[in-house]
Design a protein around this ligand. Structure first.
Ligand SMILES: O=C(CO)[C@H](O)[C@H](O)COP(=O)(O)O
Length: 296
């Protein structure tokens, strides 16, 4: 088992960690006030997201074209890339954002950006996920950016998925939370009914995603709507499900990302697990937090 070095701090803009850095007020307080209490660090879910994100950014090298994911986990990766650019530790990075939110974040941090028209092949994309199954198939899009994410990730030589351990499921749909489908606004209710009836055997229900509390439909970056599908039971063959959905007129894209991820970084309370696809196999590596108390 490999061992990760950690440095715990409140601010990632002023302190350079050995490998990873965990932002946690509990941890920072413990580190600053009482060295003896270093072992009692509590990692929040956001700390775990940051750990996974920072670990993934170790794979970003100068000169790369990098896909920038969307969501609270991917945001940490974008922050980290910007930090390393500012420090001069990364150079000549071109970012390809997967949403207008990430575009705005990257612009505000000074990351040079481009798009798929100018850079049709991306070296590496780092993005979060809502669900990850044992074969690295994903559900994405609860943040609403599934179409651009899928376009960018399917154009990437490497796609590293970064999650905290709560995202791991036995099968797609297993969290019982939404599997999003982007649809054109025209007669969205008709599309909803057709989608639900495709998966009647799996106890599927669906609803139009709404924007906040205003009751209006949520509109994606592409001007479309999202139908969230919920499954009571396993939907089985994912490729078949994907083909069936995409054959419906009015459907733009769905949030199942099948076979796109090339590796996965999962941060849990005990440590990090990295799974990398090597041919048809998955290589698994584990990093424990045992020496966290020695990292201060
Ligand atoms: O697919 C996504 C956005 O469309 C996100 O990657 C996914 O929703 C995970 O988000 P978070 O990191 O905030 O949990």
């Amino acid at each position: 088992m490999a061992v990760a070095q950690f440095f715990v701090s409140d601010s990632h803009t002023t302190v350079e960690p050995p490998q990873l850095m965990v932002s946690s007020s509990v941890a920072a307080a413990a580190a600053a006030a009482a060295p003896a209490s270093r072992s009692s660090v509590t990692l929040t879910q956001d700390d775990l997201k940051k750990i996974a994100a920072y670990k993934a950014v170790e794979h970003v090298k100068s000169g790369m074209v990098v896909g920038l994911g969307t969501g609270s986990t991917a945001k940490h990766a974008v922050d980290r890339i910007a930090y390393l650019l500012q420090q001069g530790k990364l150079k000549d990075i071109v970012g390809i954002p997967t949403s207008s939110i990430t575009h705005n974040q990257a612009v505000s941090l000074g990351i040079p950006l481009s798009d798929l028209d100018s850079h049709p092949v991306i070296d590496l994309t780092i993005d979060g996920a809502d669900e990850v199954d044992p074969n690295l198939n994903l559900v994405k899009g609860r943040g609403g950016s599934l179409l651009r994410e899928k376009m960018v990730e399917s154009a990437s030589k490497k796609f590293i998925v970064i999650v905290d351990e709560s995202k791991m499921v036995k099968h797609i749909g297993g969290s019982k939370l939404a599997m999003p489908v982007e649809v054109i606004p025209f007669c969205w209710n008709h599309s909803l009914n057709r989608l639900v009836s495709l998966f009647a055997d799996s106890g599927c229900v669906g609803e139009l995603r709404k924007s906040g509390n205003c009751g209006k439909a949520y509109v994606t970056d592409n001007g479309n709507y999202i139908i969230d599908l919920y499954f009571e039971r396993d939907i089985g063959d994912l490729n078949k499900a994907s083909d069936t959905i995409l054959r419906l007129p009015g459907i733009v894209e769905h949030g199942m990302f099948i076979g796109l991820a090339t590796s996965l970084i999962v941060a849990g309370v005990e440590g990090i697990t990295v799974k990398t696809k090597v041919g048809d196999d998955l290589e698994v590596d584990s990093f424990c937090y045992n020496d966290l108390r020695n990292g201060f």
